[in-house]
Write a new protein. Structure first.
Ligand code: PMP
Length: 438
């Protein structure tokens, strides 16, 4: 593809600095942002002519790569029919097709699909479903949620209230947010088993708090933005067992892990459990548009509909947006017709081989890989600005946070590109200026 270099004017960059919030940034001390001209495959083209191999897949979402002809075509085709139409009292083929695909792809038993705007909103909807479910059963006291420390579920207020209480800035919003119950974050890694005492600790947590709770919400297997931690499937099995025993619903937030990222189509499959409610987003549209879904079992749906309200109490303006549904359908078709499992296994092998080389350096605390997720945890916080400048000069795009350098590339990334990204990450851990002194 021909790359046409245009430059965004100095004036426009100044406007951006002064007027546009970027995620988690200051308007008084803005960090540099790199102007992008276009992107295709796994490459991002900057306006200054530099090209970057993208290790982030735009925060887990662009699983097939940028500017994909099939996804582009799906957008064009749908735009020619209708970009949007309200979902209240109307329906359309893209939403019906997407509903069918989600019911078929997600673990058997998840049948009722709520299409919503973003990952955070899908978590809000899941929490509201759980409250409505308990209310319908006459359990009005069950208004709390159980969750894990070091979790992340989004930035809207309900979702934020179940994010890690320390990194989630609970103290700042203390008087505004509802208080929920946080279990210690899982300590056992993906391949480990729990000791008897650890299972008793989980049981004790349920004994103490379950009676007031509507549901347990967690990110299965991978705690993402809360620390890029991978944990043992046995936790999921135990939590599933205890939720059923104590009358709680289990909400699996697969917004980051869904659609193959961990090597299974959904991370709950590692533990062979069925959640009552599943949240998906991010990769759903191949990163083309914001769209998410909250999918629950027939039992949850029926109970809600037999309750006081008789309906689900949510219905946003852009619910089931046809353009987003059409591109999601095209993205799921691509995924299903690709060798995604083989691709992810190949990515995992490269990540393990290349990133393990970082272990030789004193700033590195841990290296871990699961599916198409590779993490280098360092002993001190990464200086994001210095690291990005270093990597951009070497043709790589990643966005570290705290003491984590991590990648979750497009499933379409070839071995050579992936090796380059990994090698540059290993270069970073040898650069003292890329880290903050503590
Ligand atoms: N849950 C998880 C596990 C996530 O990783 C994210 C986004 N990083 C969200 C929820 C929120 O999704 P969104 O940013 O689309 O609102």
């Amino acid at each position: 593809m021909e790359v046409i270099n245009t430059t965004i004017s100095e004036e426009d960059i100044a406007f951006d600095k002064e007027h546009l919030w970027h995620p988690y940034t200051s308007l008084t001390q803005p960090l540099p942002v790199y102007p992008v001209e276009s992107a295709e495959g796994v490459r991002i083209h900057l306006t200054d002519g530099r090209t970057l191999i993208d290790g982030m897949a735009s925060w887990w979402s662009v699983i097939h790569g940028y500017n994909h002809p099939k996804l582009n075509q799906a957008v064009v085709n749908q735009t020619q029919k209708m970009a949007h139409v309200m979902f209240g009292g109307l329906t359309h083929q893209p939403a019906i097709d997407l509903g069918k695909k989600l019911v078929n792809l997600t673990p058997k038993g998840l049948e009722a699909v709520f299409l919503c705007d973003s990952g955070s909103i899908s978590v809000e909807v899941a929490m509201k479903m759980a409250i409505q479910y308990q209310h319908a059963l006459g359990k009005q006291n069950r208004s709390k949620f159980l969750t894990l420390k070091k979790g992340y579920h989004g930035d809207t207020s309900g979702a934020m209230s179940v994010c890690d209480p320390v990194s989630g800035m609970h103290h700042l919003f203390r008087d505004f947010m509802p208080q929920h119950f946080f279990m210690e974050a899982p300590e056992r890694g993906f391949e480990e088993t729990l000791a008897a005492g650890e299972i008793e600790d989980i049981e004790m947590f349920f004994e103490l708090h379950a009676k007031n709770a509507a549901a347990f919400i967690l990110e299965p297997i991978v705690q993402g933005a809360g620390g890029m931690r991978f944990y043992a499937p046995q936790y999921l099995k135990e939590i599933r067992r205890l939720c059923s025993m104590h009358g709680l619903l289990l909400i699996a937030d697969e917004i980051a892990t869904g659609f193959g990222r961990t090597g299974k189509l959904f991370a709950v499959e590692h533990a062979d459990i069925l959640p009552d409610i599943l949240c998906v987003g991010k990769a759903l549209t191949g990163g083309y548009m914001t769209l998410a879904a909250t999918i629950c079992t027939r039992n949850v749906a029926d109970t809600i509909c037999n309750g006081e309200a008789g309906v689900i109490m949510h219905g946003p303006t852009f619910m089931g947006n046809p353009l987003a549904c059409a591109v999601a359908n095209a993205s799921l078709d691509l995924l299903q017709h690709s060798n995604w499992q083989q691709n992810i296994t190949s990515i995992e092998v490269v990540l393990k081989t290349e990133l393990s080389k970082a272990k030789a350096y004193p700033l590195v605390k841990d290296v871990r890989v699961l599916g198409a997720i590779g993490v280098i945890e360092t002993t001190v916080p990464v200086n994001v600005q210095e690291t990005q400048a270093f990597l951009v000069n070497r043709g790589v795009w990643i966005r570290p946070f705290r003491n984590l350098l991590y990648i979750m590339p497009s499933y379409a990334m070839c071995k050579e590109d992936l090796e380059h990204v990994c090698r540059m990450m290993v270069e970073v851990v040898q650069q003292e200026h890329c880290f903050n002194k503590v």
